[in-house]
Design a protein around this ligand. Structure first.
Ligand code: 13P
Length: 249
């Protein structure tokens, strides 16, 4: 049985007092759920969030990390640093990092390797841009993103990989992929995995959808058979909205 996961990507939002406030609000909402719930605060607030949620069923995860173990990489954070404060999951390959920080499939492959070498789970993000969809190239783009960054892995590694399909045109725009568009792409992704690794692996990997998921559309999107959860941006900054999405399962 695949895990259902709802993860809030806070991006570069919330300073320490705002983080403390949102954590308090989240704890008021937190109740047992069918989905694994995660939040990804910014680096400076990871420890605070981890401490506050230590006994809770909300996992604190990181938004990014470097591929090297340590060294002369000013401003970067390594897997072992994250692990040393209790972080066990990292988001890699978000389209904002690809667009603004030149992350490529090749550098992401190295980051995925570093996460796996440190026994960390990766939420690996990918997705096409608007022109790719308009030119009906979206499946080819997504297929190459997955193949280039992940297909050097052994099948066993997929125990620690979660996929997140985030069409770039739907991120922060209020425009969501329709539930059918999400399902079609998720089924395509699963088939791509099955062709390479077989059905057992393909059926075991959770594939999340991200891009303007809100309380009003979550149920319909999560109702699709190949959508195993969501990566939530804007709506994760409001505890009530976030839990309305979590409870859509
Ligand atoms: P929004 O939910 O704000 O569209 O962001 C999605 C996202 O980028 C999550 O990683």
């Amino acid at each position: 049985m695949r895990k259902h996961i709802v993860a809030g990507n806070w991006k570069m939002n919330n300073d320490l007092p705002q983080t403390e406030l949102l954590l308090t609000e989240l704890l008021k909402q937190n109740q047992t759920s069918d989905a694994e719930v995660m939040i990804a605060p910014t680096f400076t607030n990871l420890w605070q969030a981890f401490e506050s949620l230590r006994q809770e069923s909300i996992e604190v995860i990181a938004q990014n990390m470097h591929f090297a173990e340590n060294g002369a990489y000013t401003g970067e954070i390594s897997a072992s640093m994250l692990k040393s404060i209790g972080i066990k999951t990292v988001i890699l390959g978000h389209s904002e990092r690809r667009a603004y920080y030149n992350e490529t499939d090749e550098s992401l492959a190295k980051k995925v390797d570093a996460a796996l070498a440190n026994d960390m789970r990766t939420i690996f993000c990918f997705g096409e841009e608007l022109q790719d969809r308009k030119s009906e190239n979206h499946e080819a783009v997504v297929e190459s993103q997955i193949k280039n960054a992940l297909f050097h892995l052994e099948a066993d590694a997929f125990k620690n990989i979660v996929l997140a399909y985030e069409p770039v045109w739907a991120i922060g725009t209020g425009e969501t992929a329709s539930p059918e568009q999400a399902q079609d792409m998720h089924a395509f992704i699963r088939k791509t995995l099955a062709d390479k690794y077989g059905n057992d692996v393909a059926d075991s990997v959770s594939i999340l959808y991200g891009g303007s998921v809100k309380p009003g559309n979550a149920k319909e999107i999560f109702g699709k058979p190949d959508v195993d959860g969501g990566l939530i941006g804007g709506a994760s900054l409001n505890a009530e909205d976030f839990y309305a999405i979590v409870n859509a399962f």
